[in-house]
Design a protein around this ligand. Structure first.
Ligand SMILES: Nc1ncnc2c1ncn2[C@@H]1O[C@H](COP(=O)(O)OP(=O)(O)O)[C@@H](O)[C@H]1O
Ligand SMILES: [Mg+2]
Length: 258
């Protein structure tokens, strides 16, 4: 049995498509027969809402991070085959206050996930991380095996990319997660402009084997889908963005079976 792979969807910039990618990539990989768990690490709970799930504080990750509950008890079905969710709730923001100066601020997520890892039930666990560099983000980077960075096709995104790479390097070097791997960069919200194409070329030049061939186009269907509690594949199955996320899932699985 292959061990579970934990992938943090991370970029400390907000609004770059992290949640959209976490939800749609998880769903597309689950639809291809892999057992997937999505953990919503953002107190805004956008990923939970996008799957049509409204969490209560009883069901949120928070008690697991402070060692009061087992993460396994918080898993909810999404009513989609192979896809489960640990939802977030506003109370999760309390972690930032309570754990920042505690000795467990880097390890809380890894410790909380120990049982899930041991059970070996899931093929992939995706973490939808928040934008700020607080406890929820850094503890995710310490708990995961790999980081996948969604990136908007904009000039300032390059700056954001070097920042996340720098943070990862710090985490590797501190010994908190020495084997952390940068899995890749997925370009999102693409529109065919000179600027977007230049940004993509630059990423390809600097990180040739990291850039996903699949590029997620900008599409109003993607933005609409969460308001129906649906993935883009459910909302607009044959649209360009739906096909792109399905291609990204295929590419992800190819990259993980080499
Ligand atoms: N491919 C896309 N096309 C159009 N809108 C998108 C696309 N990807 C994301 N969005 C929208 O952009 C906004 C930010 O995306 P989101 O995934 O929430 O980013 P993050 O989690 O990084 O903050 C959301 O309103 C989302 O619906
Ligand atoms: Mg988000």
């Amino acid at each position: 049995m292959a061990p579970v792979k934990v992938i943090a969807i991370a970029n400390q910039k907000g609004g770059v498509g992290k949640t959209t990618t976490a939800v749609n990539l998880s769903a597309a990989i689950a639809a291809r027969g892999k057992r997937v768990l999505l953990i919503d690490m953002d107190s805004q709970a956008n990923a939970s809402a996008a799957l049509g799930i409204e969490a209560t504080c009883e069901q949120s990750l928070y008690p697991a991070l402070i060692g009061e509950r087992l993460m396994e008890e918080l898993v909810m079905p999404t009513h989609r085959r192979n896809l489960s969710l640990i939802p977030a709730h506003m109370d999760l923001s309390g972690v930032e206050v309570e754990l920042t100066n505690s000795g467990t601020h880097l390890t809380c997520m890894r410790d909380a996930m120990a049982g899930l890892r041991k059970s070996g039930f899931y093929d992939y666990v995706f973490l939808d991380t928040p934008p700020s560099l607080g406890v929820l983000m850094t503890s995710s980077l310490c708990a995961c095996d790999e980081v996948l960075t969604p990136m908007q096709c904009e000039f300032l995104s390059l700056d954001g990319l070097s920042k996340i790479l720098y943070i990862m390097e710090q985490i590797q070097e501190s010994g908190s997660n020495p084997n952390l791997v940068h899995e890749g960069v997925l370009m999102t919200m693409y529109n065919n402009t000179n600027l977007a194409n230049q940004v993509i070329s630059q990423v390809r030049e600097n990180l040739p084997d990291k850039l996903y061939e699949t590029i997620i186009p900008r599409s109003v269907r993607v933005a609409e889908a969460p308001s129906f509690g649906k993935t883009v594949m459910e909302h607009d199955p044959y649209g360009t963005a739906s096909l792109a996320y399905q291609n990204a899932a295929k590419e992800f699985l190819r990259r993980h079976t080499r």
